[in-house]
Each structure stands twice: as C-alpha cells, then as structure tokens.
Design a protein around this ligand. Sequence first.
Ligand SMILES: [Zn+2]
Length: 463
Amino acid sequence: MKKWYRLFVFLLLGVNFLIDIICVYSFHFTFDQEVPAILLGTNSNEAVEFIHTFIPYSLVFIIIVSFLFLGFVYIKLRQLPLCIKDQYCIVLLLFVFLSLLSFAAISNKNFGNVSITKFYTILNATSPPDLKDYAVRPQLLTLSEKKPKNIVMIIGESFSKTHSSLYGYHKNTNPCLKVLQNNGLLYVFNNIQTPALNTVPVFQSLMSTYKPEFKDSINWFECITMQGVLKAAGYYTSWISNQSQKGFHDNVIAKFAYLCDTSVFAGNRFAAMGKKDLDEIIIDSVSKYKNMGDEQHYRFYFIHLMGSHPDFKKRYPLSFDIFKADDYPDKKKEQRTILASYDNSILYNDFVVSKILNLFSEDEAIIFYFSDHALDVFDSRDDYVGHARYNDSKSLIAGSNIPFMVYMTPSFQSDFPNIKNILQSKLDCYYRIDDMIYTIMDVIGVKFEDGNRDNKQSLLNLY
Ligand SMILES: [Zn+2]
C-alpha cells in the first residue's frame, strides 16, 4: 500500500475519532444522523460560537494528547517488523479500539455505539429543497366569515419555563409579561410541549401538517404549510427574523420564510451573533413592515427571535446584566455565571417580547408566543448546558416542556369573545406545537375540505 494512502486513512480515522470524542465529551450523546442535520441547519458564525461554548480547554488538551499519542504509535508501527503484511490493518484496528475505549473512559452511558460511517452520513445529508416548488394551495371550507385582522406568531428560542417567573421561578425574569398577564391581556399555558429538541425538526412540523412521527413515510417538504393555508384564507404573510438567513446548506427555516409575501432578516444575514444583532433590532423591523400589503388584507406575522440561544451572554446588552454569579449561592461554583447569563437573557427577552406585543396593542390582534424548544440548563447533569438530549429522560423533559402564552388585545377580546373564553379555559390542557396549524385554522375559521385532516388537534377545538 502506498505511503500517502496509509497516511490518508490514518487521518480519516483520526478525524472520526475526534468527532466521537467531542460528541461524547461535550454532548453526552453518540454521533448519529441528527448531528449533520443540526450542523447543516447552523451557520458558520453559530458554529464558531458553538465551539466557544461547548469545547472547553480540557477537551482541547485531551484531543492534542490523543493525537500526539496516536502519532507516536503510528511512527513506532512503521518501524516495527510486522508479522501482518499490511500496517494499515493494525492502524485501523487500533483506532476502532481507541474509539471504543474513549467511550468507555469518558461516558458511562454511551458505550458501545461507535459510528465509523459518519463521513458517509455527513456526505449524504441533503440540503433542504425550495419549498415554493412544492407549495400546494389547500382546498379549504370557510366556517366563519369573521376572522381576526392581525395574527402574530412570535417564536422564541431556547427559553426554558423553569427559568420563567411566569411559571413560578424564584428569580423575577418576566416582569413585563407579568404586568400584561395581570391586566388580563396575556394568558399563560402550563402544559405545552414541543415535538423535537432542535430548531430544524421543530420548524418542519410546526410550520406544516408534517409530524416527526411520520419519519420518512412522507416528505416533510410536501406537506401543507401554514403559509399555504393563510394565503388561501386571504392573509398577507410576513416573516421577520433575527436569526440567520444563511446556513451551511441554506437553512430550513429560511426556506419557510421565503414562502411568505414578505421576508425580512433584521440582523446580519449570516448570523445574529454579535452584540449589534440583539433581538431589540427586530422591534424597528416590525414597526417598519407592519401593515405591509394591500389595505384589504388580513395580516399574519411570523416573528423569529434569537432569544436565549447559546452563547447566553451574547444575547443581552450591558443594561440587562442584572443577575450575577453571587445571586446563586446554593448552586455549584462552575454553574453560577452560566445561570446568571441565562436568566439575564430571559429578562431581556421579556423586555423585547413585551415591546413587540405593545406594537399591536391598539389593533385587533391575537399573538401566540412560545419557544421552539427549551434547553437543558443543568437539568440532567451538573456539567451539561445545551440542547436537550433524547437519551436522557431528565434532559428530554427539560427540553420539551416549553413556555407558551397568548396575548389578546382589548379590541380582539371584544370582537372574538368566544375564542378568548375558550383559550382562557384551556390553560392547563396538554398540547403539542406541531399541531399549531390546526389552532390557527380554528382562529381564522377554516377547515380542510377533505375530512381526513380534521381540526382534531386544535387548542381551540372550535369546529
Ligand atoms: Zn432552537
């Protein structure tokens, strides 16, 4: 076997080993098909931020030592007179063995699932198609001629209800929204769940009739979308986002944005990471693009925030640096700064969201506000913060129970007392946001002409 080829195989396996070690050490899960999906839904700036957050110096040290050791072994192997003809076989076996050993040493939970096919998986991860090519105009039955003039769906990010004072958290992280709740304008729901733990799979099912349970039995991009329903019902749709427009493979969320009549990416088109792209920039965009489109139109706004996405300390300005590490004396020392910055990001989010709600206070408007998923903020382990993991029940619970609230302006409440009363009676009902399309259909008074997809899973169950 040629020398360069041997070295190539050696490097390939080395990188393979590196991916395994990062997955297990930083995320406590093994590499599977979801990892490239997450990576491809991310953009390059987010990736840099992610490296800062999740790859600590200790891990860098381990990686360097491992590679030095493996390099040493490789050189020694070359010098040895081998009984087995091809050195490559030994190198390969050694790496598989070391990969297995790394699992055994670092994680007591994930041993035994080594993927040496990850390059194949990464190369086979497909980029999302242009949803406009698949857009179908659904056949709708109109059940009510009266529909709200303005509907808004604010989708926050990485907001855990266990850190919200609206849900009994001991730190006052939601003072502005609390005022709206006390004034009978905001209704807080207690048992709402998300179907997935990462943004991309959540959006695939939130924005359409697709559900994660369908898996590959149908294509998510061929399902009926919320925009399809809204357009058929006469709504002008706008998408205003402080998240990225560009991902490694053109991110899935932007594809949904382009289905709207207007799509605006308020911040840096490649990322919403620096201080300059704090979520408050979206307030100006909402004012600017509010009431776009023909006067006759009813309007639906999707507003996508950066919220509390890691790295938390980059999500709020200095003026919101209220909670300090010292405020968490009962927590482990290493956790205190992170908890303080996470809570500050929620406090700032409270300010931004209440500002957006107030922009609509004079209109006839109903606004849904929820997070795409929550985070595991030391919920499952003392040393883990990040997207929740399916392989840990505590983590799964932390990531899938999301804050969810509905704001109804005074004029909406007087024009639609029926909707208001029903929602008010459903605060404790169990509901998953992949059924949101059916709730929206109830609010605008339509249903699918073929009874197959009846509005069974609506939060309202009006029709
Ligand atoms: Zn997310």
